[in-house]
Write a protein that binds this ligand. Structure first.
Ligand SMILES: [Zn+2]
Length: 186
């Protein structure tokens, strides 16, 4: 089932999310819905708060880039109750966007390498290191479960420049091809 994507301005996007309870019912259904919602919106990552849930869960699928970059083949993952334990390597700048902040694309500086502990869709635990674009997407999604949005990383000047677009999103003035839930709708 395709879920509405909560837009910037919705309170849930600002919450530090809680761990997903071990006995959470319908986890498979939630994960299926999150992937479906993400694919429908042409996204490569989606986090719990973006579908209105303040739980530490996010999904990522980079297969869309696999033709150009074979390293992304089969990179379809679910991260539950994740904790980033290390961030190091170089600072890398690259453009990001977000399904919750339509029509805004801005450069964000992030560390090139992370170490993360998480549970997968079968609740098996992992402790892994990711680098490059994978590390970037994971950090973007991880920010969501910490109540952080990518525009928070922008410098004062860039923030000023996207202000108008952000206020349109708050008012629900967006041109999304997917179903959304703007802050103006309770
Ligand atoms: Zn996002």
């Amino acid at each position: 089932m395709i879920l509405p994507v909560y837009l910037c301005g919705q309170q849930v996007l600002r919450k530090v999310c809680q761990d997903l309870p071990a006995d959470y019912k319908d986890l498979d259904q939630l994960i299926g819905n999150m992937f479906e919602t993400m694919y429908n919106a042409d996204g490569v990552g989606l986090a719990g708060p973006q579908v209105g849930l303040d739980y530490r869960i996010f999904v990522i699928d980079l297969n869309v880039f696999a033709d150009e970059k074979p390293e992304f083949k089969d990179f379809k993952k679910v991260f539950i109750n994740a904790r980033i334990t290390e961030r190091d390597g170089e600072d890398v700048v690259a453009e990001e966007g977000c399904l919750s902040i339509p029509d805004i694309h801005e450069n964000v500086t992030r560390k090139n390498r992370i170490r993360i502990q998480y549970l997968d869709e079968n609740l098996n635990s992992h402790d892994e290191i990711f680098e490059g674009y994978k590390a970037r997407v994971i950090q973007h999604e991880y920010d969501h479960i910490e109540g952080i949005l990518f525009v928070d990383h922008l410098s004062g000047i860039r923030k000023q420049l996207v202000k108008g677009k952000l206020s349109n999103i708050l008012k629900g003035k967006t041109n999304c091809s997917y179903k959304v839930k703007p802050a103006s709708i309770k």
